[in-house]
Design a protein around this ligand. Structure first.
Ligand SMILES: Nc1ncnc2c1ncn2[C@@H]1O[C@H](COP(=O)(O)OP(=O)(O)O)[C@@H](O)[C@H]1O
Length: 459
């Protein structure tokens, strides 16, 4: 077995994934399995901007878990990759030098382990989308194709689109049916297992669910001209004091800072319809420099095929018991009901769920619906094409697997030139032909040689 480690340094926390695969089948599709995922206790590495050394130290426990999971003799040959996503993208926009220091501290810590350290970097939103798409299609077995030497079985499976919702950004990636390519920066060309894929992808920075909430609240404060907000996206009776540092301390919201007040008081009113109306403002549909757009002047081809929706799309829809609901109007009804429940009731019903998550499910659910419907253009007709999923065949749906497959060159561009027959069939056919040849020789001998002998005997 071979092993690989990928650290997903997200905006809210870091996850350490350990994968393994049989060495002799490295280039086959679907052979890589996730054997472990460890969530680092504490916030994402971007939160350590004031105490950079701690960013590296925070990974210790999960890296020790990886050390235990991977057999000692494999440690030296196990590559370790760290990819940081939107939390670090935002930090580097804010202060590039500090972002570099955080990455350096993480690198220093990772080099202390007996693995083959391969680098820490901030991946682009486009890469995050594309690797998520590769991951889920690899796990679903959609890259499997019949070999080119069998001309009658050239069936290629359709791929599934990928929808990823993190804390700071969100990605949409799919293979469009039409070939309109008005915005080359939104397309990536892949040649995988002998087939070319032209994939559309876009990452919306600040539209992950945590930054989207801040963006909305910062706008609300600006529009209301007050730091005392009545908010329909929180359950009635919910009251929260949010620090201005928390609200405006990101490049997504910094420009909205108007007041010197150090706190914003939020009081929930729990009204799904008002919440959705309020959130719709975040998706500018009025201007589009292309023939089609999703929102905020971003090109998007017509949606096509099925989509796997993971990360926070799954966490939130799973909490609301909506992962298998294919009827969009029922999804809305459930959300309406949940949002109107009093905060006291919600807390009593779900005493074991983190208060931060619980208090935000009304907002997050409504945001997800608005993003998918208003933003990307899903309707009641194709809502059923979205599959909210956490894992596929035992591995978490995340960009990490695709990242590792790419960096280890484990997805060949061309189909491996496999012999037309398996070894067993080849041996079988050789035996059969040898037997036939021997039979022909024997019959020939009987026919031509033996009768002449017999004739001689008669004379
Ligand atoms: N059980 C959960 N319920 C609701 N939200 C969650 C849950 N687990 C994680 N989240 C949130 O979902 C978002 C995406 O999580 P993740 O993919 O781990 O994020 P990131 O990569 O942005 O750190 C984050 O905002 C995180 O706080």
């Amino acid at each position: 077995m071979k092993y690989g480690i990928v650290l997903d340094a997200g905006s809210s926390h870091t996850s350490v994934y350990v994968y393994n695969w049989p060495a002799e089948k490295e280039n086959d599709t679907g052979v890589v399995q996730q054997v472990e995922v460890c969530k680092v206790d504490g916030p994402g590495i971007s939160s350590y901007s004031k105490d950079v050394e701690k960013a590296g130290l925070s990974l210790q426990d999960c890296m020790n878990t990886a050390k235990q999971v991977i057999p000692k003799k494999e440690h030296r040959d196990t590559p370790v990759y760290l990819g940081a996503t939107a939390g670090m993208r935002l930090l580097s926009l804010d202060n590039n030098k500090i972002a570099d220091k955080v990455l350096l501290s993480v690198e220093k810590s990772l080099r202390l382990y007996p693995f083959d350290f391969q680098g820490c970097r901030i991946i682009t939103g486009q890469e995050e989308g594309a690797y998520g798409w590769i991951s889920i299609n690899y796990m679903l077995g959609n890259f499997k194709q019949s070999s080119s030497w069998m001309p009658f079985q050239q069936t290629s499976t359709e791929t599934s689109g990928a929808l990823d919702l993190g804390g700071a950004s969100t990605q949409i990636t799919f293979e469009p049916t039409d070939s309109i390519n008005e915005s080359p920066e939104n397309f990536m060309l892949f040649r995988l297992y002998g087939k070319t894929y032209n994939v559309y992808t876009h990452s919306f920075l600040c539209y992950g669910k945590d930054q989207a909430l801040r963006l909305r609240l910062a706008n609300d404060v600006k529009n209301a001209g007050s730091t005392n907000l009545q908010n329909p996206c929180f359950n009635p009776g919910y009251v929260k004091n949010m620090s201005a540092v928390d609200l405006y301390g990101s490049p997504c919201t910094a420009k909205y800072k108007l007041f010197s007040s150090s706190f914003i008081l939020i009081t929930g009113t729990g009204d799904y319809h008002q919440c959705q109306q309020n959130l719709q403002d975040m998706f500018n549909k009025t201007e589009c420099p292309y023939s089609r757009c999703s929102f905020n002047r971003i090109f998007q081809p017509e949606l096509s095929g099925n989509f796997g929706a993971f990360s926070a799309f799954y966490f939130v829809m799973n909490f609301l018991n909506l992962t298998s609901e294919k009827d969009l109007s029922k999804v809305k009804e459930t959300l309406k009901e949940f949002c109107s429940e009093s905060w006291q009731q919600v807390k009593e019903k779900f005493p074991d769920i983190k208060e931060k998550y619980l208090s935000e499910y009304c907002f997050s659910g409504t945001y997800i619906l608005t993003l998918l419907e208003m933003g990307y253009g899903f309707t009641s007709e194709n809502w059923g094409n979205i599959n909210f999923l956490r894992k596929i065949k035992g591995s978490d749906a995340a960009w990490t697997l695709g990242y590792m497959l790419n960096l280890t060159n484990m997805i060949p561009a061309e189909l491996p030139s496999s012999p037309p027959l398996s070894h067993a069939s080849y041996v079988g056919l050789m035996v059969l032909f040898s037997f036939l040849l021997a039979s022909v020789v024997f019959i020939g001998w009987l026919y031509f040689w033996k009768p002449r002998c017999l004739q001689k005997g008669i004379i």
